[in-house]
Design a protein around this ligand. Structure first.
Ligand code: FES
Length: 214
């Protein structure tokens, strides 16, 4: 049976606003939904002086509700300051669409998670994030959406972090992949992108320690 979508959901799904990727983005985030496994990528351009979001784009690898929520959300926050955008909730985005079916609420949560993640990244880069020290748990949280392109699965979920530690501002990560893995440099780059800018991190050391038969 078809789900009862509002006219606004259907309209945003058919004509999504702000689709794509900003080439010289100030922050980008890729978030995945634990409920369905779908992904959303979002990029932001922010005015340094006013903190206003001057551009925002998204690419959804999710369902119609996710596309519609991401679309309406980009319209809601474009022109707002980072601080104002940070206060927008998934419920407000769903209300702006005249509601979503209850089983689709997690699709709106995914859109908001991606926005918050991009905002956090921007704040961290500009020294505006709360100075929470980097712990092994925080490293895991930051890396949960780094994917191995070969399998499409998270390196954290696939337990590819054989060993990792944070000590005196240095993160050391041993990855259970061989150094000649097809996507080794891609994965390395993604990890650096997630961790290098953290305020208390001086260095991120990544080793590929997998054996050819593992
Ligand atoms: Fe996955 Fe909607 S079902 S984002």
């Amino acid at each position: 049976m078809a789900l009862p979508y509002s006219k606004k959901v259907i309209e945003h799904f058919k004509n999504p606003r702000n689709v794509g990727e900003i080439d010289d983005a100030d922050a980008t985030a890729m978030e995945g939904s634990p409920a369905c496994g779908d992904m959303l990528k979002l990029s932001l351009k922010v005015d340094e002086k006013t903190h206003k979001i001057v551009d925002i784009k998204f690419e959804s690898f999710g369902c119609a509700s996710n596309i519609a929520t991401a679309s309406v959300l980009t319209e809601m926050v474009k022109g707002k300051t980072i601080e104002q955008a940070d206060k927008v909730t998934w419920k407000q985005a769903a209300d702006e669409l005249d509601g979503l079916p209850p089983v689709k609420m997690h699709c709106a949560v995914l859109a908001i998670d991606a926005l918050k993640s991009a905002i956090d990244q921007w704040k961290e880069k500009h020294g505006l994030a709360e100075k929470e020290p980097t712990t092994p748990n925080k490293v895991l949280r930051k890396l949960r959406n780094v994917l191995n392109p070969l399998t499409g699965a998270s390196i954290v979920r696939m337990q590819l972090l054989q060993d990792f530690d944070v000590r005196d501002g240095v993160v050391t990560i041993d990855l259970d992949l061989t150094p000649d893995h097809k996507f080794a440099s891609h994965i390395e780059e993604e990890i650096h992108e997630k961790l290098d800018h953290l305020w208390d991190i001086k260095e991120v050391k990544i080793s590929f320690v997998g054996s050819p038969d593992s």
